[in-house]
Design a protein around this ligand. Structure first.
Ligand code: ADP
Ligand code: MG
Length: 476
């Protein structure tokens, strides 16, 4: 069982959990190897693709399958083969149970594993200083301007946020900060709160609330017919910080209540700070009256971090933790993990954890294999045409522009990007790519792929653009 380890040292306890998860994967991998020998290749691929051994308890192996159809088929046709293959490797298994990935059972069972995985990820942090959230303000003292590292992608939002501390409630009201996941919105809005608290020595009442908390307060008040408590609670605040406002938007009653709270504070020149995953103009459900309020204040965004900023953040984390890694490993992490800081920290923690457990210095080869394990991208099963369309959309072009013969610069690069992605994401052959991109020669496809592959190492803007297109494709 996953959770039954009581060893005293954190390291050995967690390693055992990690081993168990890996053991399940290994066991299933070996069993699949046997199953593959006993049935035809197409059947094997059709039915066992995306299968997973998620638990082994009470002599029963629990295997998760993507849908009911696969479940029924395998149950009826292959359950003996599956059991036999598993028993050949582990003879304590006497039964096999199949379940589908969307079922509640699957969620419960994998929650166990996820918890173990989360423990592994959290483990390295346990020995580092813990920060207590201030119950009065809900602020985490770790999130300050001092610990916020400034780079090109966040310098404007950082400057605006610092200005709010000096001009509370007047010039920059509301302050609206938007950006993608894990790019530092929560850190920055809380830094404003902590900054004001410090500067005004408790004279101003600061409150940080997640949108979820605000929604819960409204729901509670409605259910208990105590709407006045919301008014009392929120309207005495001097600085209201609402994080992730996108979760409030569209929930009629909560949005309504937020609007009233907003107005009450705004009219008394109280400072309001809002974070969101997108700017007000891209929030279709946002009521017009709130949109114009938001747009009347200061709107800034946090962009994707460049290599220098990612590198600087890693260095500062290492310093905070009082540990070191070879320079080439830090640079490898910074170049490979590009999406956000949360992922960056996760990878760093994993590598430090490895170092701690193995008591070995981490080489760049090992670091690379750890990184690859973590960032394995989901299987892409989109069609080449969808991909080409996504590239066209991203550059506000038509598909025919990309497949056509126009030599204008605005078209040539997107065309090369499309060819690059057809290779990079879908692994199409060069002749196939050339064919799809307007019957071009395969050497043109090779040239395009190599050109873009080289460019993205040098050109951050291009790199970001491509990452964004990949994200778009992933959402298809
Ligand atoms: P978001 O709210 O945008 O999803 P967070 O503020 O939670 O992102 O940031 C994710 C992590 O990255 C946090 O641990 C945060 O402290 C850290 N972080 C983000 N931006 C910076 C920065 N500029 N300097 C230092 N740490 C940062
Ligand atoms: Mg956040």
């Amino acid at each position: 069982m996953i959770m039954e380890h009581k060893q005293s040292s954190v390291g050995s306890k967690i390693q055992t959990k990690a081993d168990l998860i890996q053991d399940l994967d290994k066991l299933w991998g070996s069993a699949l190897g046997e199953i593959e020998l006993q049935i035809s290749k197409p059947n094997f691929i059709t039915w066992f693709k995306n299968s997973q051994l998620i638990d082994k308890s009470d002599n029963t192996a629990h295997i998760a399958l993507p849908n009911t159809f696969a479940k029924e088929w395998i149950e009826n046709k292959y359950s003996k083969i599956v059991l036999g293959a598993l028993r050949n490797i582990d003879d304590t298994i006497t039964k096999v149970k199949f379940l589908i990935k969307s079922s509640k059972e699957f969620r419960i069972k994998t929650a166990k594993q996820n918890k173990a995985k989360a423990d592994i990820e959290l483990a390295p942090q346990q020995s580092f200083p813990e920060f207590k959230i201030d119950p009065e303000t809900n602020l985490n003292p770790r999130y300050t301007f001092e610990t916020f590292i400034v780079g090109k992608s966040n310098e404007l939002s950082h400057a605006a946020a610092s200005a709010v501390v000096d001009e509370v409630g007047s010039k920059y009201n509301p302050m609206f900060i938007y950006g993608g996941v894990g790019l530092g919105k929560t850190h920055l809005v809380q830094a404003i709160g902590n900054g004001i608290k410090q500067k005004h020595q408790g004279r101003l009442k600061v409150k940080y609330v997640s949108s979820e908390k605000f929604t819960n307060d409204v729901v509670w008040a409605m259910r208990n017919k105590r709407m006045e408590t919301i008014k009392e609670k929120y309207r005495l605040i001097d600085v209201l910080i609402i994080d992730d406002i996108q979760f409030i938007i569209g929930k009629a009653r909560t949005e309504e209540e937020f609007f009233h709270t907003f107005n009450a504070l705004y009219e008394q020149n109280k400072q309001i700070v809002i974070s969101s995953d997108k700017p007000p103009r891209f929030m279709p459900e946002l009521a017009e009256r709130l949109r114009s309020r938001f747009e009347g204040g200061m709107i800034v965004d946090i962009g994707l971090p460049d290599y220098e900023l990612r590198f600087a953040i890693l260095k500062s984390r290492l310093e905070e933790k009082g540990v070191s890694l070879p320079e080439d490993v830090v640079s490898l992490i910074a170049s490979k993990i590009q999406k956000n800081f949360r992922e960056l920290e996760g990878v760093l923690n994993r590598i430090l954890f490895y170092k701690k457990v193995k008591q070995l210095e981490v080489s760049s080869v090992i670091a690379e294999s750890i990184i690859n394990e973590i960032i394995q991208e989901p299987l892409k099963n989109i069609s080449p045409n969808t991909l080409i369309k996504a590239v066209a959309d991203a550059f506000e072009l038509e598909v025919v522009d990309l497949t056509g013969s126009c030599r204008k610069k605005e078209v040539v690069q997107p065309r090369q990007i499309a060819m690059f992605l057809l290779r990079d994401v879908l692994s199409l052959s060069y002749p196939n790519i050339g064919d799809r991109m307007g019957k071009r020669d395969h050497t043109t496809a090779i040239y395009a792929f190599e050109k873009i592959a080289k460019e993205i190492n040098k050109n951050q803007t291009l790199n970001q653009k491509i990452l964004m297109i990949k994200e778009l494709i992933n959402k298809e």
